[in-house]
Design a protein around this ligand. Structure first.
Ligand code: ARG
Length: 460
């Protein structure tokens, strides 16, 4: 039997969180947030509140990850607290729906930034954008299959690149502020739209940029000294990202007037006012940033399938690792294939779908944490949060999931919910009654030989 090695140190851990959070969002969402919420002041309040919510949520997850020390994120936490049926519904909705939607969203923005400089006069052809997105997915899948350490280096490198590019944006804004360009902040709360729907939409946009905050919880078994490094990485990465996002927004709002900001389709690119003919640098920075976030999403996404297969909730082959490289290659290849399939019809709308499902499952996980705190206080807890924290975040999560449905009921929400629940029908024959087609066994053996993989054990 093989097992994945503990190869992720503190720097890697910080990059897995921060480098996934900083993706395409911060280069694209600020104008949507501003447009929906109406005023620069309210927009900064939204960004700060999203940051606060994510910080509190990630503290809860840090406790969860040090109590349940297996990899797999929400899946494993829900399995251990709410039981196999709920976990099973999660895994399929996440693997076939939410995760690929996330991957498609980021890879499309990467592709858009890559081709944009070549099409300054018109919109680039959709086919080209999709091909570039597919190429990015395939390259990163290959890197992740080859070597864990290499994919971690990619993650750290891109994390540094994006922190530096956000720093450049911030410095540009600060210089303008010092020169006295404070006019965009006068009456900064004028015209704010205070209603459930605008606040909800603004939060969805903002929280998309912060998403990835839970990324380290998917790979706890590969983290060195998780009881120390998990909480530490969470604190460093998330405070860094929140600080950067707030300052970047201040900077955008200093350099561009609210009107200019709203009418630009990608803020970072419209920032030419400061860079002049060097404006393309920002396109490049945005592309690299999305690429790094995609790598982090892959790294953790593969692990979710891997863990679920180990628990018998997905075909056995997905729980195997390459005999020499020790990467969960079957799970990574599977994730890639599903993402490519979703990419064919996919568009940015997928982000909203992603979001709805993701926060639904974050809420169940938080409820699980509250349950563990009340029912199993005796479990060893190297890192603890007061119980009020998960309760507050749970209320926020429930609000985020329910507000848009109540405010503006749409048939899509019903479809999503039916989709999530329909997996029970698959659970009963295949998992509960263990009907396992013999063809699948033959296929597993064939794939095992073909991919040179063998079953891998837990490391905790
Ligand atoms: N926050 C990232 C962005 O702004 C997207 C992260 C996708 N989510 C994830 N769990 N990997 O592009």
């Amino acid at each position: 039997k093989l097992s994945l090695k503990r190869e992720v140190g503190l720097m890697g851990a910080v990059s897995l969180i921060g480098g996934t959070m900083i993706g395409s969002g911060i280069f694209m969402s600020p104008q949507t947030v501003l447009a929906t919420i109406g005023s620069p002041g309210a927009s900064l309040v939204v960004w700060a509140s999203c940051g606060l919510l994510v910080i509190l949520a990630s503290f809860c997850y840090a406790e969860m990850g040090t109590v349940i020390r297996e990899s797999g994120g929400e899946y494993i936490y829900i399995l251990r607290t709410s039981g196999p049926v709920v976990a099973f519904m999660l895994i399929f909705s996440s693997v076939l729906f939410a995760r690929p939607a996330g991957v498609v969203g980021i890879s499309l923005s990467f592709a858009q930034y890559v081709v944009a400089p070549f099409y300054s006069e018109c919109a680039p052809p959709v086919l080209l954008v999709k091909c570039v997105a597919a190429a990015a997915i395939i390259i990163l899948a290959t890197v992740n299959c080859l070597n864990v350490r290499f994919s971690m280096s990619v993650q750290v490198f891109f994390m540094v690149v994006k922190v530096l590019s956000l720093a450049v944006i911030i410095v540009g804004g600060v210089v303008m502020l010092i020169r006295g360009h404070t006019e965009n902040f006068q009456d900064s709360f004028e015209n704010s739209n205070i209603g459930i729907s605008p606040i909800g939409i603004a939060f969805y946009q903002g929280l998309w940029s912060y998403d990835g905050w839970n990324n380290l919880n998917y790979v706890t078994e590969e983290l060195k000294r998780p009881e120390v490094n998990l909480p530490r990485a969470v604190i460093i990465a998330i405070s860094l990202v929140t600080g950067l996002y707030l300052l970047v927004n201040v900077s955008y709002l200093t350099v561009l007037t609210p009107k200019e900001l709203i009418s630009s389709n990608a803020v970072a690119v419209t920032w030419n006012k400061v860079f002049g003919s060097w404006g393309w640098i920002m396109s490049l920075a945005a592309a690299l940033s999305a690429f790094g976030s995609l790598n982090g999403t892959f790294f953790s996404g593969g692990r979710v399938c891997f863990v679920a297969a180990r628990e018998g909730h997905m075909p056995d082959i997905l729980s195997m690792a390459h005999v020499h490289r020790l990467t969960p290659s079957p799970a990574l290849i599977f994730t890639t294939v599903v993402s490519l399939l979703v990419l064919i019809p996919g568009d940015f709308q997928s982000i909203v779908n992603f979001f709805f499902t993701a926060w639904f499952f974050y809420a169940i996980t938080l409820a699980g944490l509250i349950y563990l705190k009340i029912k199993k206080p005796e479990l060893p807890r190297p890192y603890k949060v007061p119980i009020i924290l998960p309760i507050l975040v749970l209320i926020a999560a429930v609000f985020l999931v329910l507000a848009p449905i109540i405010d503006d009921p749409q048939i899509e929400y019903l479809y999503v919910t039916l989709f999530i629940f329909s997996w029970v029908l698959i659970y009963i024959p295949f998992i509960h009654y263990k009907l396992y087609p013999s063809l699948l066994t033959k296929l597993t053996i064939f794939l095992q030989l073909f991919l040179q993989v063998a079953p891998a054990e837990k490391t905790c």
